[in-house]
Design a protein. Sequence first.
Length: 128
Amino acid sequence: MPNRSIISTEKAPRAIGTYSQAVKVGDTVYLSGQIPLDPKTMMLTTGDMEAQIVRVFENLKAVCEAAGGSLQQIAKLNIFLIDLQHFTLVNEVMARYFEQPYPARAAVAVAALPKDAQVEMDGVMVID
């Protein structure tokens, strides 16, 4: 089995439970879910839904970079939304962070998220 290493950065929120920000196994990095927590204050980002989505992408970006990669290397992205009416907005913001070829993706409506967040994302990154 390939070596396993734990990825951690102060540029993303610290884990609020029994998990790591990411785990790297070989060339694959498993990114834990990110909600719109400000990494400095550990408080949910205030403002509109766009600001919350941006914060989630910035958190994911920070963890990807700490692992030696980038958002562009995410092979699979999972998006969890309290309200699927925000799906179009997620697509608009995502277009600022990703270019083709886009990762495989799922978007799922959920009843609740940690800390009453409105959006959460996790993913799998493969470092080239």
